[in-house]
Design a protein around this ligand. Sequence first.
Ligand SMILES: [Zn+2]
Length: 273
Amino acid sequence: MLMILVVLLLAGTFVIYLRFSKRVPILMYHRIADIPGDRNSLSPAKFEEQLDYLSAWGFHTVSLQDVHSYYTQGKELPPKPVVLTFDDGYEDNFSVALPLLTARNMKATVFPISDWIGQPNNWENFGKPPAVTMNWEQLQNWLNAGMEIGSHTVSHPFLSQLPGDALHTELTQSKEVLLSRFSLPGDFLCYPYGNYSDQVITAAKEAQYKGALAIYDKAPLWNLDLYALPRIPVSSRQPLWEFAIKVSWLHSILIFFRKAEVFIKRRLRKKRQ
Ligand SMILES: [Zn+2]
């Protein structure tokens, strides 16, 4: 009996491994700055340590365009691909992160909020430390350095709470800005707060996005949805060993088991009620 259980467990783990080992980890950063207590601000030293880890272990940073072509057309990626993304487009992404990235020949994607470009971070009116975002010129230089820019809406709302017309405006205007200012198609959308719904996905498709990014705890894992790609947040408290797990296939498997556990517990609770 025990033998059968062990075989079943091993076979199950192997099936899950096959499913997840070909996924590309997409990391989510915000600020690269030394701000004690702010979980969205990773210190430059820690960021550098993570980049060095990626280099030392043979990872290759790729763009969202690359990942999209890989998932939709099977276009080949370099070994151990990983995507680095920065939400909100803070100025320190340009002044601190960019030199560290270019020194290592790495690429990353930034998601500025189109109404808050080159502005103080006043959209975060919930006690966040003051900061400014990258201005137009810095964004242009970001692109010139071989980096990628995507849309993070016009004003950073909870998209699932918006009526249809406001939702449409948030998705289309932020995309149009990328086209008019940088001649970019603006193919990828990043949901503020990782917040989305079926209606938001439909609106993103109508607005001609090729894909959109959510956060892994709210996104489907087993069947990948190009309009809810699961991203992995990297917090300021991230020890390097945990970062190493986050960029490995092991992370998807751990999250899969965690989600399965939550699902089963919820089912059991419902049964008891
Ligand atoms: Zn954001």
